[in-house]
Design a protein around this ligand. Structure first.
Ligand code: ADP
Length: 584
């Protein structure tokens, strides 16, 4: 049965019972009222008239008004005849009263009338008794009937109260529990209330929905599994090593390449904490250093040399954080990391070949260029013979080009040595002032040509330092030469050397040149990088070599620049590189 019908029937039944109860109550009250009315009208009035007649009879022979009073009550009594025998008694009283009116002192007549009035009263008293017992019975019946009807109403109400809320609440509770299960992706959940009620319909719709969700989820899981397989195959076939870990650093997947280069077995790797694997494996230990301590990232080299199957291989390390935004949430959550080792061996081999080539070529160039320089010096010598003006100009031009060529070959040779790792530090004591003067002298002729004055300032307490003189001079020379090359005529270049943090020395070279835009400041120390639009000739190698020379001595190189105002290049070195203190 439908809930609506049940509710209608229940409430309707109660309503009907209330109506019946009210009708019964009303009917019984009416009956009781009728019985009382009967007693009042029919018998009580007769008693009243009889009493008045008796009183008038007492004074009939003395009081002239008594006859009229008797007559009035007798007339009233004649109209109020209700009981059997009352009519005859009243008629007899009337007859005797007619005779009494003629002979008022007749005591026999008086006593007959008195007796008949008493009889009349007796008759009505009995009638009152009878009617009172009828009214009593009616009242008892009323109590019984109303009680039965009341009990019936109570029973119906009680049954409804016990059944109806449970009938509605139970399915709702079951449905709520099932919805909860569905929300937790338990799509196998079904509700089981049957029947034709609204809940039955709701259950059918709910079960259909759950079935469809289950179908959808199973097809989605199938799709996800296929997608996962595809991605796993893809990762396995990659030439780069890939290791995936979750947010608790548990290894989720490892591809074949990663197993090959780490020399580990899949069973000993997947499902383990990566730090446990690192205990027995050097490569993994190196790889996860950055994960364990993110601060150490800047000290970690990005490329690694690993021996795989007896051959040198080069890899570039990349650690990617995986952050996802869960459905229904707004903030992304960290769920793990992917460690990738990109195999850059072919590029590295090509790069090394290029470096060897550059090294060989620049080395081979050095001797002929030096011979050309010597030849030029001889040509400039008056003892050999005088040159005319035209020839002098030509010799000067050749000399300038030779100097430039020598600078370039010097830079290329340095680069090749840095890349092959053959550069070695030659730490010894030298005078700082001589170093500055050498750098000034080397650049003097170019500065004079552009009418650029080079000013130097050296802290008076600074005299000597212990470092690689050749490399430090090379760097100072390079940044002074840049300052002159990139500045316009009639400007100034300042070289300032001062004490820094008690045991360090800071070399700064400031110019009034064009300055460098902020966006390029991070790139100018990268090999071959030149600020776009730079007109002066150059290779883009000087600053990168300088950086490596300074960092190889545990120093730091820096630039500050303002477009249109000029640049200041500075480098900081330890005053005594042989003295062991913490590095800067
Ligand atoms: P090169 O000078 O041979 O191009 P560097 O490595 O010495 O190579 O310099 C890299 C680039 O930085 C230069 O090409 C130039 O654009 C910029 N640069 C270097 N020094 C200065 C300077 N003092 N003023 C303005 N730009 C400079």
């Amino acid at each position: 049965m439908k809930i609506k019908t049940k509710l209608n029937a229940g409430v309707g039944l109660l309503f009907l019972m209330i109506i019946i109860l009210s009708a019964l109550g009303g009917w019984f009250i009416y009956q009781l009222k009728k019985d009382t009315q009967n007693i009042l009208v029919a018998n009580y009035n007769t008693l009243q008239y009889s009493r008045n007649m008796l009183l008038a009879l007492e004074e009939i022979d003395t009081d002239s008004l008594a006859v009229a009073e008797f007559q009035k009550n007798l007339t009233l009594q004649s109209k109020n005849i209700t009981e059997n025998g009352e009519k005859e008694t009243t008629q007899s009283i009337r007859n005797h009263f007619l005779n009494l009116k003629l002979d008022k002192t007749n005591t026999d007549l008086q006593s007959s009338i008195r007796k008949e009035i008493t009889e009349l009263m007796q008759l009505n008293m009995s009638a009152i008794q009878l009617k009172s017992s009828i009214a009593n019975t009616t009242a008892q019946n009323a109590i019984a009937v109303v009680s039965v009807a009341g009990i019936l109403c109570f029973l119906v109400a009680f049954i409804l109260m016990v059944n109806l809320p449970a009938n509605i609440a139970n399915p709702i509770r079951e449905l709520t529990a099932s919805i909860h299960q569905i929300a937790q992706q338990n799509y196998r959940q079904r509700v089981r209330f049957e029947g034709n009620s609204e809940f039955g319909e709701l259950a059918r719709s709910f079960n259909t929905m759950a079935e469809k969700l289950q179908e959808y989820s199973e097809s989605r899981i199938d799709k996800i599994l296929k997608g996962k397989k595809r991605i796993e195959t893809l990762i396995d076939n990659m030439h780069d090593a890939v290791i995936g870990i979750d947010e608790n650093r548990k290894v989720l997947f490892v591809n074949d390449e990663a197993l090959k280069i780490s020399g580990l077995k899949r069973n000993n790797f997947v499902g383990q904490q990566i730090q446990d694997v690192a205990v027995t494996n050097d490569l993994i230990r190196t790889l996860i250093k950055e994960i364990i301590d993110p601060e150490s990232k800047k000290d970690q080299p990005n490329s690694l040399k690993i021996f795989v199957e007896g051959k040198e291989n080069y890899f570039e390390k990349d650690i990617v954080d995986i952050n996802v935004i869960p459905t229904g949430e707004e903030e992304s959550r960290f769920i793990g990391q992917v460690i990738m080792l990109r195999n850059i061996t072919p590029f590295k081999e090509l790069d090394l070949a290029k470096t060897h080539f550059i090294g060989t070529v620049s080395h081979e160039f050095k001797t002929p260029i030096s011979s050309i320089q010597m030849g030029l010096q001889l040509l400039e010598n008056d003892k050999i013979g005088n040159l005319n003006e035209e020839q002098q100009k030509l010799v000067k031009g050749i000399n300038d080009d030779t100097v430039r060529l020598l600078k370039i070959t010097g830079e290329l040779l340095n680069l090749a040595q840095l890349e092959t790792g053959v550069t070695q530090l030659n730490i010894r004591s030298f005078e700082i002032n001589s170093l500055i003067q050498e750098a000034v002298n080397a650049n003097k002729s170019v500065a004079d040509k552009k009418k650029i004055s080079i000013n130097t300032h050296l802290d008076s307490q600074l005299t000597t330092m212990i470092a690689d003189e050749e490399k430090t001079l090379w760097v100072l020379n390079n940044i002074v030469s840049n300052a002159i090359r990139y500045s316009s005529e009639n400007s100034q270049v300042n070289i300032n050397v001062e004490q820094f943090e008690s045991d360090h020395i800071k070399f700064s070279v400031s110019d009034q040149g064009p300055g460098i835009e902020k966006q390029y400041l991070n790139h100018i120390f990268t090999r071959y990088f030149r600020v776009p639009g730079t007109k002066a000739e150059g290779t883009g190698l000087g600053l990168s070599i300088s950086k490596e020379f300074i960092e190889s001595q545990n120093g730091r190189i820096n630039v500050e620049s303002k477009v249109g105002k000029g640049s200041t290049f500075s480098f900081i070195l330890k005053e005594n590189l042989n003295k062991k203190t913490e590095t800067i």
